[in-house]
Design a protein around this ligand. Structure first.
Ligand code: PEP
Length: 250
């Protein structure tokens, strides 16, 4: 069975102290013996403040991006070894905001995915279609291209460590959530793509998160779908009560 994984993407929000308090409140609110894997991804500059607040708890630390390079002349960037040093377990890669505003491509995401795996980080690889693509019946083709491109160079042995986040762009931060049926259809499609490319044994082990306006009130139905193995949560991860409500629904 795949362990449900709920991860908070704080995006460019919080400050050091309130971020540490938020993460601590989440850690304190997770019931003992919970079978849900939980992570939080603060802004890069606060990883060092949030990490110590959740050290030794059930909440893991993740970054929102990284560069797939060793140390060197890359002004303003951070690499996998630095994320290790900061105590990160996870790194979100290819989020639609990075694809949309910073020109990230699936080819670049595949380099980052390989580098993350080589450094022992769990990559959370984001894919998803725009509203225009959905309305043009291109969802399956777009997601297939993104999966193919973003996982290039990954082996079947490495695949189970990778987490995929299906995030329809039209549902991110908009309050418009995909219906459980719409989400499940794409998750099943992704599982099929992974099966065709890597074989059923590896594909069955991959957690596929849904992301896009997940809230405590809609989480249970989404997470109840057979191929939805968790959630990548933006807005609702900024309030401990809401995030804990989603964790409880898993
Ligand atoms: C996200 O940023 O990955 C996300 C899903 O955001 P939201 O939950 O706010 O839609």
């Amino acid at each position: 069975m795949r362990k449900p994984f709920i991860c908070g993407n704080w995006k460019m929000n919080t400050r050091g102290q309130c971020g540490a308090e938020l993460a601590k409140a989440v850690a304190d609110g997770i019931p003992a013996g919970s079978q849900v894997e939980v992570g939080v991804c603060p802004p890069t500059c606060y990883l060092g403040a949030v990490g110590p607040a959740i050290k030794g708890t059930a909440v893991g630390l993740g970054a929102q991006n990284m560069l797939a390079e060793a140390d060197g002349a890359f002004t303003g960037e951070i690499n996998p070894a630095m994320l290790n040093d900061l105590g990160c377990q996870y790194v979100i890669l290819g989020h639609s905001e990075r694809r949309q505003f910073f020109g990230e491509t699936s080819e670049g995401v595949s380099k980052k995915t390989q580098a993350a795996l080589a450094a022992g980080l769990v990559p959370i690889v984001c894919v998803g279609e725009t509203l225009e693509e959905r309305e043009g019946n291109q969802t399956e083709a777009v997601v297939a291209q993104q999966i193919e491109g973003s996982l290039a160079g990954i082996s079947a042995e490495q695949l189970p460590t990778v987490v995929i986040a299906y995030e329809p762009v039209w549902a991110i931060g908009t309050g418009k959530v995909a219906t459980p049926e719409q989400a499940e259809a794409v998750h099943a499609h992704i599982r099929k793509l992974l099966t065709d490319k890597f074989g059923g044994e590896a594909a069955e082990k991959v957690r596929i998160q849904y992301g896009g306006s997940v809230k405590p009130g809609n989480a249970a139905e989404l997470l109840g779908q057979p191929n939805i193995d968790g959630a990548l949560v933006g807005g609702a991860s900024l309030k401990a009560e809401d995030f804990l409500g989603i964790i409880a629904a898993a």
